[in-house]
Design a protein around this ligand. Structure first.
Ligand SMILES: [Fe+2]
Ligand SMILES: [Fe+2]
Length: 176
């Protein structure tokens, strides 16, 4: 039989055998448990970012507040979307997304910093975005080709975080 066809047959058989493992196939080269753990930290990071941007959205005041508020609102909804993507990926890997408020801040890479003035808030957001970009870049390198789907997901999220950092940088220049 054609080599390609035998391989397909083998792949189908093993796919059927491991149906209970969901999206995780034998071709999966990463440490699944470890990837789930890392993704749960990313989930916590995104959730903390949602909360921080929400707080900033409601607290933003002053002559420059309107455009800044809109930016905070948009970022909060982007971070929520990221959290959803990550939670979804965790379940695809057979894990459980950790949404527990207990220890959320400790699991997250970035901080929940309230910031007193509008400028402080923007600065805190810029710092948080820069931390996210740094840790996500490390995760991308670490996951490598062991789990291409997770890698692509984090790359996609990271691209957005770089945009966020840029947005905050621009706002800082505008407001100060
Ligand atoms: Fe995010
Ligand atoms: Fe972000």
């Amino acid at each position: 039989m054609d080599k390609f066809l035998t391989d397909i047959k083998k792949i189908r058989e093993s796919a059927r055998k491991h149906m209970d493992q969901g999206a995780v196939t034998e071709g999966y080269k990463a440490d699944r448990e470890q990837v789930i753990k890392v993704l749960n930290d990313v989930l916590a990071t995104e959730l903390v970012c949602v909360l921080r941007y929400k707080r900033h959205y409601y607290m933003a005041q002053g002559i420059n507040a309107d455009s800044v508020k809109e930016e905070f609102k948009q970022h909060a909804s982007d971070e929520q979307e990221h959290a959803d993507w990550v939670a979804e990926r965790i379940t695809q890997l057979g894990g459980e997304p950790n949404f527990s408020p207990e220890g959320l801040a400790t699991r997250a890479h970035s901080e929940y910093a309230e910031g007193k003035s509008l400028i402080d808030m923007i600065k805190e957001d810029l710092v948080a975005e820069r931390i996210a970009v740094q840790t996500y870049s490390e995760i991308i390198r670490w996951v490598g080709d062991g789990d291409p789907t997770t890698k692509i997901l984090i790359e996609q999220i990271n691209k957005k975080e770089e945009e966020h950092a840029n947005d905050m940088y621009d706002l800082l220049a505008k407001v100060s």
